[in-house]
Design a protein around this ligand. Structure first.
Ligand SMILES: Nc1ncnc2c1ncn2[C@@H]1O[C@H](COP(=O)(O)OP(=O)(O)OP(=O)(O)O)[C@@H](O)[C@H]1O
Length: 293
């Protein structure tokens, strides 16, 4: 299916006699999945992301599948002859939006990322943090089927970092795929469907499946705002989830992933109210019965 992106025996080197940066890489990126790519400095993470975004072609091997893709590069060229909103509107039309829809999407994303006040500012005069918000906004504008993020959180303030995490969760919940590199090992911890390490030119899948119920669990009781639905990340990670009263849910969550679940609940729209977090119990199937509300 065309929305899967598939790398088969992919290799990339720069120059015909250059050393192989990547070789023999096989990878499938399926719709609705979140994939983290790790690796030492210079190991080839950005090279891999550029191949996934189809901005670069492999020196050998094959890439198939053409999801509609957006990319946030590690270094964004900010000295462009546009205002922030003008640039985003222009890009929105390049992504296939009508001019009005593109302008609306530009405003929405600048507001969400806390850069609404800079909509009319020439790109060349934006601070590093604000131009990073434009870099992120250009990728989110047109609801891409594949979102590729190369250190996209770097330079953002705390509120914009949270907003980008929320946008990633929205993309995967809507059936899009997201692939990201980030120097912070806690970034979106517990939520990736797959984590790969680039090492010695190859790609190695890390074995620990996120959300696997291991170790002690904690019981989190939460209350929804009217119409609120449990965030997909909370559902995926919870060992069990039970609606104990209308709008009131009891989630058993591995302690190792409780921060991620709480963050997903608190950053949901509308946010959930956390009623209580019980002390950990060691049996994931039978959380402490004394903690029932
Ligand atoms: N356009 C290019 N031309 C020549 N060599 C390149 C080019 N891009 C990357 N390289 C080389 O390929 C190797 C991998 O670089 P890449 O940027 O993909 O690694 P990375 O893991 O993303 O590094 P970092 O964590 O430092 O960003 C490095 O040796 C780099 O110098």
């Amino acid at each position: 299916m065309d929305r899967d992106l598939r790398l088969t025996a992919v290799g990339r080197r720069y120059g015909i006699r250059g050393p192989w940066v990547l070789r023999g890489v096989d990878l499938v990126v399926a719709p609705g999945t979140l994939t983290r790519i790790e690796g030492a400095n210079g190991s080839g993470k950005s090279t891999l992301l550029r191949l996934l975004a189809r901005l670069d072609a492999p020196s050998e091997g094959r890439i198939s599948g053409r999801p509609r893709t957006a990319y946030v590069p590690e270094r964004f060229p900010s000295a462009l002859p546009f205002t922030a909103a003008g640039y985003l509107t222009h890009l929105g039309t390049v992504h296939g939006l009508g001019r009005e829809a593109a302008a609306r999407a530009a405003d929405t994303w600048l507001e969400r990322l806390g850069a609404g006040a800079y909509a009319g500012t020439p790109m060349a005069r934006l601070s590093k943090g604000s131009s990073q918000k434009v870099a992120v906004a250009q990728a989110l504008l047109a609801d891409p089927e594949l979102l590729v993020l190369d250190e996209a959180w770097t330079g953002l303030d705390a509120a914009a970092r949270t907003e980008l995490e929320r946008a990633v969760a929205e993309r995967t919940a809507a059936g899009g795929a997201v692939v990201f590199v980030d120097h912070d090992p806690c970034r979106l911890a517990g939520t990736p469907d797959a984590v790969y390490t680039v090492t010695d030119g190859g790609l190695r899948r890390r074995t620990d499946p996120p959300g696997a119920p291991s170790g002690p669990v904690t019981v989190v009781t939460v209350r929804a705002a009217p119409g609120g639905r449990l965030p997909p990340d909370a559902v995926r990670i919870a060992v069990s989830a039970e609606e104990t009263a209308p709008g009131r849910h009891r989630l058993a969550v591995p302690v190792s992933h409780s921060d991620t679940v709480l963050r997903a609940l608190l950053t949901a729209r509308p946010p959930w109210h956390v009623v209580s977090v019980e002390p950990p119990s060691h049996d994931p199937q039978h959380p402490d019965p004394g903690s029932r509300p």
